[in-house]
Design a protein around this ligand. Structure first.
Ligand SMILES: [Fe+2]
Length: 147
């Protein structure tokens, strides 16, 4: 299904989130890259893309999907991911706990992105007015606005 242009830049972010998720899952299985390097990659993507992406979704979908189960689930999943990411970023020394946390974040992030693409975005496309979508599209050109 073709995504509305107002959601296209969020879908592009999801491609890089899925790449990161796969890397993190590999570390969790004991393969892939050095876990300390994986934490550095997580920190970089979190600070430069994902944290702002979460805030953007909450800001816009909080209004468009107000009082829906989709919004409730979105906020709960973001809360959970933030909590696990912050806990992982606080760990710097290699340990079994670090690998486990990294792998768990990968699993959560992949499932979250897939849920947004399959359930959340179609709900936004169904519920949003043309005006909402036009405003969102205009704001997507200025991703830093409001943060
Ligand atoms: Fe997202």
């Amino acid at each position: 299904m073709k995504r509305h242009p107002a959601l296209a830049s969020l879908s592009r972010d999801h491609h890089s989130a899925l790449r990161l998720a796969r890397e993190l899952e590999d570390v969790g299985r004991g393969g892939g890259r050095d876990p300390v390097r994986a934490i550095e990659a997580l920190q970089r993507v979190w600070k430069t893309e994902l944290a702002g992406h979460f805030a953007w979704e909450e800001r816009w979908f909080g209004r468009i999907l107000a009082e829906t189960i989709e919004l409730e689930l979105l906020l709960a999943e973001h809360w959970n991911l933030r909590k696990h990411i912050e806990a992982a970023l606080a760990l710097t020394a290699p340990s079994a706990q670090l690998n486990l946390r990294i792998g768990h974040i990968g699993v959560l992030l992949r499932a979250h992105v897939r849920w947004e693409e399959r359930v959340l975005f179609p709900a936004v496309e169904r519920v949003a007015s043309e005006d909402d979508l036009a405003q969102m599209l205009a704001a997507a050109d200025q991703p830093a606005s409001g943060f």
